[in-house]
Structure formats: C-alpha cells, structure tokens
Design a binder for this molecule. Structure first.
Ligand code: SF4
Length: 79
C-alpha cells in the first residue's frame, strides 16, 4: 500500500500531511523553513514555531496536503 497520512504532533497543534496530495510547490518550505525541512526524516516539526504561525503556513498549502488541528483552548498539552 504505499503512502499514507503522516501525523506530526506538537503542543498546541497537530499537523497532518498527505503525500498523495502534495504537489511539491515548496510553499510550506519557503513559508516556515525551520518547521518544514525535507532534509530531516521527521520533516515537519510544528514545535519549532508558534501554533499560530504553523497554522498560517498550513493554510497556504495550495493542494490541501497539509492540514492541522488544534486542541480547544484551555486544554493541557503534554510535552
Ligand atoms: S505547500 Fe503543500 S503542496 Fe506545497 S510542498 Fe508543501 S505540502 Fe506540498
């Protein structure tokens, strides 16, 4: 079965990536190069910027390959 959904969790935000949808535009890489870095095995590291910044970058993804969800405010996130 080849590719499947990748999930990257951090405190305050969870980012998912569907490699079958990505069009390799590089928008995410240019928007937040620290968070999105394909040279790493774990190429998305949402903990390296604020959840707001990560969500904004996810929304710029033109293909919809990137999606994110955020826990409701007031929840306790574990490290
Ligand atoms: S912005 Fe979206 S479509 Fe473009 S490379 Fe990143 S994940 Fe793929």
């Amino acid at each position: 079965m080849g590719t499947r959904l990748q999930v990257y969790e951090a405190a305050g935000i969870t980012v998912t990536f569907d490699p079958t949808v990505c069009r390799h535009t590089g928008v995410c890489l240019r928007t937040l190069p620290e968070v999105f870095d394909v040279r790493r095995k774990r190429w998305i590291r949402p903990e390296l910027d604020t959840p707001d910044a990560v969500e904004a970058a996810v929304r710029k993804c033109p293909s919809g390959a990137l999606q994110c969800s955020r826990p409701s405010a007031g929840g306790t996130a574990q490290e």
